[in-house]
Write a protein that binds this ligand. Structure first.
Ligand code: PEP
Ligand code: MG
Length: 360
């Protein structure tokens, strides 16, 4: 760990001796994964796959998939994306070999995928072999006034299961290949986003399990893997007892959970929250430190209910709060298993986890 040499490195060694919480990183590129490992991350807690879909070289295929009129059209675009997704995961599994990697299936607000410019429509039309006017009509049908509360997360997977099927196939093909080549343990944890009900998770878990079985049969190799869910909606926190029936782990998405619990947009909040903190309405910026009395209570409810159904269920957090010392103290208090922070915040998370353990 070259970046953590000298006195700072020594401090990290001391921190690791006393901390109980595991520290993972939010990373979706091999470079970020390498940085995370160098800084001492013990796994990837959140790999946001939508970031892979915005790559300039593939956005046309992604748009083709979203705008396709039917499953056949979507599958044609997904066939182009599968080898690229497999390569994405292969590199990540190679860098993280021996450590768990939580891969979250697609969770974009849909409008981020839609073409806007004439030349973008023309490119998709040429790739899909349809006319531009048809595509524009379809884009208009998909338009949403509130995309963050719309057709995103598992809702996309429920409507278009073939997207999640392609991603699951890419994950298991990559995992089997890396395990065969390196001999190291490859530990995929497949995470379903924006779940509100147990049924959503059951449907998406069935898609993932089916893809896993198909790949294991083709490769003549089995791997251990987990399927779990984000808890990032108040309803999911309240129904965590039911949801835990279908989830091997929960990862608290404190960005969306804060947004939906407080009814404050995570993208615009900065405009008035400073006034709110100045006037004592919130103790601190709830998007920086967990709002213990609101969001925190929901996390506690979900942890308690989840554990009642599935004792020992793996629990972590992967929102921005995962790198915030006060929030890490809160997570230690609840006995969560890990926090996941951006790679450069991994060292501070290690230190904060140690301080929280000492305090406890
Ligand atoms: C979250 O909502 O806290 C989360 C980690 O997911 P994202 O930020 O990608 O919505
Ligand atoms: Mg989220």
């Amino acid at each position: 760990q070259p970046e953590l040499a000298g006195d700072f490195g020594t401090l990290m060694v001391w921190a690791d001796k006393v901390r109980r919480l595991r520290i993972r990183a939010n990373a979706e590129t091999p470079a970020d994964c390498r940085t995370a490992r160098d800084f001492g991350a013990e796994g990837v807690g959140l790999c946001r796959t939508e970031h892979m879909f915005f790559d300039a070289a593939r956005i046309t295929a992604v748009r083709q998939m979203i705008l396709a009129a039917d499953e056949k059209g979507r599958r044609a675009a997904l066939d182009k994306l599968l080898p690229e997704q497999r390569a994405d995961f292969t590199e990540i599994f190679e860098v993280m070999a021996g450590l768990p990697v939580t891969i979250r299936l697609l969770d974009p607000p849909l409008h981020e995928f839609l073409p806007h410019e004439e030349d973008e429509f023309a490119e998709v039309a040429a790739a899909a072999g349809v006319d531009v006017e048809t595509l524009k009509r379809r884009a208009a049908e998909l338009h949403e006034f509130n995309p963050m509360l719309g057709h995103r997360g598992c809702r996309l997977g429920v409507t278009y299961p073939e997207i999640y099927e392609m991603q699951a196939r890419a994950i298991f093909e990559a995992a089997c290949d890396v395990a065969a080549k390196s001999g190291a343990a490859v530990v995929p944890e497949v995470m379903i986003p924006l779940v509100a009900t147990k049924r959503e998770l059951e449907l998406m878990k069935a898609v993932v399990d089916k893809a896993a079985e198909a790949v294991f049969a083709e490769k003549d190799r089995r791997l251990d893997y987990l399927v779990g869910t984000m808890i990032e909606l108040p309803r999911a926190a309240l129904k965590a007892g039911e949801i835990a029936d279908a989830a091997a782990f929960f990862s608290f998405g404190t960005n969306d959970l804060t947004q939906t619990t407080l009814g404050v947009s995570r993208d615009d909040a900065g405009r008035f929250l400073t006034t709110y903190v100045d006037k004592g309405i919130y103790a601190t910026d709830p998007f920086v430190s967990i709002d213990v009395e609101g969001v925190g209570e929901l996390i506690e409810i979900a942890a308690t209910r989840g554990r009642a159904t599935r004792p020992g269920i793996k629990l972590g957090i992967c929102g921005e709060h995962g790198g915030d010392p006060a929030s890490i103290r809160f997570c230690e208090g609840l006995g969560l298993d890990y926090v996941s922070a951006s790679p450069y915040r991994v060292p501070i998370a290690r230190l904060a986890a140690a301080q929280a353990a000492l305090k406890k």
